[in-house]
Design a protein. Structure first.
Length: 239
């Protein structure tokens, strides 16, 4: 979703340089320039993980937002994608991805598929990704989009993220892209020893904090607060 700290955004001139222009694919030179500028901004604001930056440089975020919002695809802000959901601010995607220390072959569960952008970033790094979305229409559209754009190895499920994906557990990392007052117990159970979970925790209607949960080799859990954020609520039980 979005960070509550203010980020300078240097892309306004680029965005305004060609109003109304439409890209036909991810190789469009103008969108590529915007993507590179976004990655430079992320690097300036503390994102240092090379694989995360490379993935965000390669994944065409403008194709994960509604067509009428593609001109804003590389602005460092969340954007609406329908059904009360958003695509998260790129900085948030980057910090959550960096925090789990992704690597090729890592098994990652994402709760809150949305448009599929976060899952695409993880696959671009080489992770094996399972993602759950409670809104069936979003799950279906994300599955189709990921397949069409070359991220078809991502496994998408329509379901209740509070319950996780028990038959595929344990996971080396879990990312939750919606806020709740506490971390669902099923997700803690499905986190592998030496695994990492990142989730916004706090009042779903107000300010939350990203929390990092780490499980040691013996299964003991520690928690650390990262930074203030504001996410949509994590839905439970029904859509």
């Amino acid at each position: 979703m979005t960070s509550l700290r203010t980020l300078a955004w240097p892309l306004c001139a680029l965005l305004g340089a060609a109003p109304g222009a439409r890209a036909q694919d991810s190789t469009d030179a103008r969108f590529q320039a915007l993507r590179l500028a976004l990655v430079d901004t992320l690097r300036h604001h503390g994102i240092t993980h090379a694989a995360t930056l490379a993935a965000m440089e390669s994944v065409p975020r403008h194709l994960f937002v509604p067509a009428e919002l593609r001109e804003w695809g590389y602005a460092d802000r969340p954007l609406p994608i329908g059904y009360g959901a958003t695509i998260s601010q790129p900085y948030i995607v980057a910090i959550m991805t960096q925090t789990i220390r992704p690597r090729s072959g890592m098994r990652v569960l994402e709760v809150g598929t949305g448009s599929g952008y976060q899952a695409a970033v993880l696959q671009a790094i080489g992770c094996r990704v399972w993602t759950i979305e409670i809104v069936e229409e979003l799950a279906d559209s994300a599955r189709s989009r990921l397949l069409r754009l070359g991220y078809g190895q991502v496994q998408v499920r329509h379901g209740d993220g509070y319950l996780g994906w028990p038959e595929e557990a344990p996971f080396d990392a879990i990312l939750v892209t919606a806020a709740a007052g506490s971390i669902p117990p099923a997700l803690l159970e499905q986190l592998a020893p030496r695994g990492r979970l990142v989730m916004p925790v706090g009042d779903p209607g107000g300010v939350q904090f990203l929390e990092l949960v780490e499980k040691d080799a013996a299964g003991r859990v520690s928690r650390r607060r990262l930074e203030p954020v504001q996410f949509v609520p994590l839905r439970h039980g029904t859509r």
